[in-house]
Design a protein around this ligand. Sequence first.
Ligand SMILES: [Zn+2]
Length: 103
Amino acid sequence: MLRFILHYGFHFIVPIAVGLFFYRKNTVLVVTILLSAIIIDMDHLWADPVFDPNRCSINFHPLHSYLAIGVYFVLFLLRKTRIIGLALLLHILADTIDCYLMS
Ligand SMILES: [Zn+2]
């Protein structure tokens, strides 16, 4: 239960906090982009079973693969797509923490 709260807390609270503290100009836009990174969890729909609380997402689902994470890093390094990259990396970080708590 604690893990569940931590995981979803991280998925929602961290993006809001980052938007508020680091992007004072376009806070609402940035927070919206950061929160929308949750859509990469769509790749869970291709997995069987769709939801398994004891499965680590990292490198299991296509959008959570090391290759995908590499792409997110590139997006983060490029100025124009930095926020999108940041959003995706924060999502991966949340999932990674979840995997550690699992073991
Ligand atoms: Zn995920």
